[in-house]
Design a protein around this ligand. Structure first.
Ligand code: NDP
Length: 308
């Protein structure tokens, strides 16, 4: 009998209680799933960084911690966690992110705000450009960034992507390295951030890199708040940045009095770009447990030296 401990917020338990057992059965696994196993008997922990387990030391037989979230910056910094840590790569999470990124890209590309907010009797016939004339850059070409970049490319946007290691993605100009970042940002009209939060990515959009973007550029950040230097962004909204759509922030919930809320060139969404979907995520968790039991390598292991 495999013992799996569920350590995430209470609100998540009902849907995983429903979706995990059939996923375990489909993977040929017999799993005792509970929120209350004795620590030394636990084989796997299904975890969220805000879950009840914060000290992983007593889980001496635990073969892996399976994170329910894609972002791992909080859990990876937990020094008691020495077990292998896998992050969440879930088709439902990816689909949701693609839809959100494409939606907000199209809003800015088509200039929808002018018509949604400008119902003032004036017949404005400014045609939006075609996607093929709107360079888009996606920072981060992992599970989420690559899917967004490829969907945007399929709509006709000239898409440049940037990642730590060099990638080859059909229809996407892929760059890496510091010079690649400069090249990726220079003249970009829409920039989507889908990098993990690490020391190397903090403030990656700062006064210097923001200045590389085209005049009238749009920023879309569903990655993590600290990827952007907030003060530099607010200053750049008076120069070359037309609008920033921000889903993530240095402090969440974003404090009520934060200038982003009222800034006319900022759209705040409350960290809802996407989320792990229990139905599809359950299959991913079951597959990783199956692998652990079969002695096969886990999928999506976090590299602690890189921090993601
Ligand atoms: P992945 O780990 O799959 O991808 C991360 C990408 O960023 C990789 O391409 C990686 O390069 C690249 N990268 C990391 N560090 C650097 C660096 N220093 N320089 C250049 N490139 C770098 O993550 P996901 O795509 O699954 O998720 C991305 C982020 O999205 C998450 O970390 C999380 O913060 C955020 N997120 C936000 C959600 C929301 O609702 N707002 C929901 C889910 C996730 P390489 O491929 O070479 O390793």
């Amino acid at each position: 009998m495999i013992r799996a401990l569920f350590s995430a917020g209470n609100h998540a338990w009902p849907e995983y209680q429903e979706t995990l057992p059939p996923a375990f059965r489909a993977a040929g696994l017999t799993v005792d799933l509970s929120r209350e196993h004795a620590p030394e008997k636990v084989d796997y922990i299904i975890a969220a960084p805000n879950g009840p387990v914060q000290d992983f030391t007593p889980f001496t037989s635990c073969k892996a911690v399976l994170n329910l979230w894609a972002g791992v910056e909080d859990i990876v910094s937990n020094t008691t966690l020495t077990q292998p840590l896998a992050r969440m790569v879930d088709p439902g999470l990816t689909d949701g992110m693609v839809e959100w990124v494409v939606g907000h890209t199209m809003r800015h590309h088509l200039g929808m705000d002018a018509h949604i907010h400008g119902q003032d009797g004036v017949w404005r016939t400014d045609y939006p450009p075609l996607a093929q004339d709107r360079p888009v850059t996606v920072l981060g070409l992992g599970a989420l960034g690559a899917a967004c970049a490829q969907m945007l490319a399929s709509l006709g946007f000239p898409v440049t992507g940037w990642s730590r290691s060099q990638k080859a993605l059909q229809g996407v100009r892929c760059l890496s390295s510091d010079t690649g970042l400069t090249e990726a940002l220079t003249g970009a009209e829409i920039v989507v951030l889908l990098l993990p939060l690490t020391d190397a990515t903090t403030d990656i959009l700062n006064a210097g890199t923001l200045a590389l973007l085209a005049d009238g550029a749009f920023i879309i950040n569903p990655g993590r708040g600290p990827l952007i230097d907030d003060a530099a962004l607010i200053a750049a909204l008076d120069t070359n940045i037309a609008h920033a759509t921000l889903d993530v922030f240095r402090r969440e919930p974003l404090p009520e009095n934060h200038p982003f809320w009222k800034h006319p060139q900022v759209t705040v969404t409350p960290h809802i770009a996407s989320t792990t979907r229990a139905k599809t995520a359950a299959t991913c968790i079951a597959e990783n447990i199956r692998r652990g039991e079969a002695g096969e390598p886990f999928l999506h292991l976090v590299d602690r030296s890189k921090g993601y």
